[in-house]
Design a protein around this ligand. Structure first.
Ligand code: S3P
Length: 173
């Protein structure tokens, strides 16, 4: 059974939507961030601070390689997973990759007040989101399908994904 992987920027709704999909489809959900935290036993913020981003990316990559050996999963990918071409190849080989797209304003609205993302935990998050989103968009677009999430609820986005899976990818839900 093919995996369903959600990629996209921080705050695009990957975690919330993956939880709804796992529930609706009665499938197991895995989060690359949770697996990193489980392995290191400290938060992502602390991993960035103590060991650096490169260390985090290496761990993240090992986790993507390992989970994509499995089948039938809903995979909630951290926002940087798609930047690595081998990660993307593994995800695509294992199933359908869905890009949850969100605008700068929407991302800022959804992430404001949260402290757990080291990349946005800075003085001028708007400038950072703009810069990173511009840099990353070409990588996210290597997905199989794109869902715009602006002004949509988790429920709306999940419903849209289920309908695309049936219509475009022939899933028998
Ligand atoms: C990151 C996104 C985060 C987490 C880490 C780095 C990124 O995951 O992996 O803070 O580079 O975009 P979410 O997209 O789930 O917030």
């Amino acid at each position: 059974m093919e995996n369903i992987s959600l990629i996209g920027f921080m705050g695009a709704g990957k975690t919330a939507v993956s939880q709804v999909l796992a529930h609706r489809l009665n499938r197991k959900r895995l989060s690359t961030d949770d697996l990193v935290i489980e392995k290191e036993k400290i938060s992502i913020k602390e991993i960035f601070e103590k060991k650096g981003e490169a260390y985090f990316r290496q761990l993240e990559k090992e986790i993507v390689c390992a989970v994509t050996q499995r089948q039938g999963l809903i995979i909630d990918c951290g926002g940087g997973v798609a930047l690595d071409s081998e990660n993307m190849a593994c995800l695509r080989r294992g199933g359908v990759v869905i890009y949850l797209k969100a605008s700068v304003d929407e991302i800022l609205r959804r992430t404001s007040g949260q402290q757990h993302r080291p990349l946005l935990n800075i003085e001028d998050p708007r400038a950072k989101v703009k810069e990173l989103l511009f840099e990353r968009e070409p990588f996210y677009l290597k997905s199989d399908t794109i869902i715009n999430t602006d002004q949509k609820s988790v429920e709306d986005v999940s419903r849209e994904i289920l309908s695309i899976l049936e219509q475009k990818f022939d899933f028998k839900l």
